[in-house]
Unconditional design. Sequence first.
Length: 273
Amino acid sequence: MKMTSIQMKRKLEERLDHPEWHTSFNRDKDTFRVEWKESGEGITITVPNVVSKWEQKGEKALDELEEHIKEALRVMNEKTELSGKEKQIFPVIRAASFPVETENGKKLIYTDHTAETRIYYALDLGKSYQLIDEDKLKEEGWTAERMKEVASFNVRSLEVNLRKDTVYGNDFYFQSLNDGYDASRILNESLLEEMKAECKGELAISIPHQDVIIFADIQNEGGYDILAQMAMKFFAEGLVPVTSLSFFYEDGELEPIFILAQKKPKEKRGEDN
């Protein structure tokens, strides 16, 4: 029997019972919110999405969600400073639809990336990170440009450990270290240039969710479909989805790939018609 939103609400209430937290359920929007009683800061969860993950993974899905929420709430309640923690500032990739303000009205620092994605900036706190907002920069006397330069430098220091699979003559390289910055590796230009130089065909990149990046050496038409299927699968499974679209990397630019009728239009590849 399919679990209802009300049944899931009760499960979440049991798991997230805490004397300093307040929980509420919005029946009209089908959302569940957990927040600190004192500050009102918190997290809002879309219940049908939780139900869907629970149907796929059972209680393990709720274990992961509970850990994620508890860590996020801990970070919200923690006083943090940027100064002295320059090596802990990293860029994170989010969907273009991701909010540009926190729920309590603080404006997040971000940079436009592609039509599908934006770059936000985070202070790493070990098990989690805190997105940096304008108020935080003002408190510290930092400029946005300084913070972005620091983050751009730090992303190049992140470990690269790719696993290779070959499918129907196309090579796919995966990384999923679950450090919160797997997708951020797409901002490491030296890595992208290195992958481009090694490609026998065309380099395509997919960042379906925060904790995975896929480099694809596309050597025949079937490679586009395989990459699209992989991206869609990862996108559906990710805790922080980014985009199900993939990108070509050419001349230092990322171009979204739209796969229609199971083939990529040849004019997009720069081939003669």
